[in-house]
Write a protein that binds this ligand. Sequence first.
Ligand SMILES: Cc1cc2nc3c(=O)[nH]c(=O)nc-3n(C[C@H](O)[C@H](O)[C@H](O)COP(=O)(O)OP(=O)(O)OC[C@H]3O[C@@H](n4cnc5c(N)ncnc54)[C@H](O)[C@@H]3O)c2cc1C
Length: 510
Amino acid sequence: MTAIPAPSSQLPPQVEIFIVGAGFGGLGAAIKLQEAGERDFLCIDRGGEVGGTWRDNSYPGAACDVPSQLYSFSFAPNPNWSHSFSRQPEIQDYLRRVGRQAEVLDRFRFNVTFESAAWDAETDRWRIETSAGPTTARLLVAAGGALSDPKMPEIDGIEQFTGAVFHSSQWDHELGLTGKRVAVIGTGASAIQIVPELAKQAARLDVYQRTAPWVMPRRDVAYRPWQKWLLRTFPPVQRLARASVYLAREATVPMFVALPGLGKLAARSGIHNIDKAISDPVLRAKVLPHFALGCKRVLLSNDWYPALTRSNVQLITEPIRRLTETGIVTGDGTERQVDALIVATGFLPTELPIAQQIKGTHGQTLSDAWSAHGIQAYKGSTVAGFPNLFMVVGPNTGLGHSSMVYMIESQLAYLVDAWRTMRRHDLATVEVLPEIQQAWNADLQRRMRRTVWHTGGCRSWYLDAHGRNVTLWPRTTYTFRRLTKRFDLAAYRSTALADRPAASRRELDA
Ligand SMILES: Cc1cc2nc3c(=O)[nH]c(=O)nc-3n(C[C@H](O)[C@H](O)[C@H](O)COP(=O)(O)OP(=O)(O)OC[C@H]3O[C@@H](n4cnc5c(N)ncnc54)[C@H](O)[C@@H]3O)c2cc1C
């Protein structure tokens, strides 16, 4: 086992802004705050470097499924992407480079885990506990990621299985899988990238499927040297390329939120993708989805279906009953021997660990605040009862059709404008009004009712235990951008520094 390196150093006793997470969200927050003139911030991450999703998901075949021209920061265009859908190492390199070039990394601490934060009304600050000790901050930015905590399935007998078991986001690169008998559980976004790669190495690959996903062709191209030259030499060309991807993606919104019938048209391309690769009627029946396109994440791949036709690959749709010491037993009683089990069952976006860790004005946790109506926030960012807390990729900011980096940049504009507003008006605190938050979420849930995520006949990870969609944004991303462009102070209860107890003023002056 590799030893976990010691935290890079102790934390300062106080900072103005404390950021949890160094993925696109936390790194972007640091860069945008610095651009706005704020240097007194600290960003921590439990991992060893920036990257978040792209540091952790290093499985074979990992790549983005939104073209890189759009799946990258607008303020840090990269003319050198090798493909339209970049592979994980390239995206991770990009994030490292962006952090280095922005000269923010001196205020990052890696291998430091956020443990808790409690609002201190005496000082108007967050009291924060981390694995590298305590600190306090005026603003807490929660950018811990919606897809950063792996979801492990509960399978009887998993503790007695003697082979290797790991989640797709915690790939064991020490373990060679060449010539081994491998099982992959899941047929979601990660599995469809892993399976075609593993199929080339494993002696036998068993793929356990609960629900057949919609898999559309991936129109990936390798950029030629002259194309990179063009993008490098004429930045407006790259901006045009980005805009065209953006518009093409945005044009699909009605299919998800207003006219799910449109999905039937698009589904033909998915069926064609199956037809091209699979002639065996039994396998075709297994891979044919039984819900409307878009209800679950639409996946992109040219090699998923061909991989399933290989002689060393078997798609198993019988439910898993239990594990033995050396194999997997399915509902029909069959036991298949395996050396390694890869769990590609996704993440926990509706059960965020920070919900237990952050305590607001009356000592209530986010979990307590969300117990009655589920996870919710105002503009995916702020929560009533939790002053000066800003979430990045908070509730209902996820997308089924476009780049999360676009949503993240919208949220960062909101955060930075909030901070500027607090400075301009000498405010100690801002806390969204409960009735504003309630109205925002009532509107979201009303819009959700006619979306394909609710009417499409599937049960996806977008929904919480009560069947509410608390993860996705049900409008255009442009609308979200417009609504988060400026911090709307009128939606907040605020307190002026001058009216606050001396302790609060002293800490700010310090
Ligand atoms: C395999 C995969 C592929 C994806 N592909 C796409 C795509 O193509 N297009 C798209 O738009 N989106 C994609 N996504 C979604 C992706 O998560 C977002 O696009 C984006 O990377 C989220 O950035 P983030 O900063 O919010 O979160 P993350 O990248 O998850 O970063 C969060 C960071 O917080 C840290 N953290 C969490 N908890 C703690 C704690 N308690 N203490 C300290 N640190 C903590 C984590 O270590 C992590 O580094 C994909 C997700 C996955 C998992």
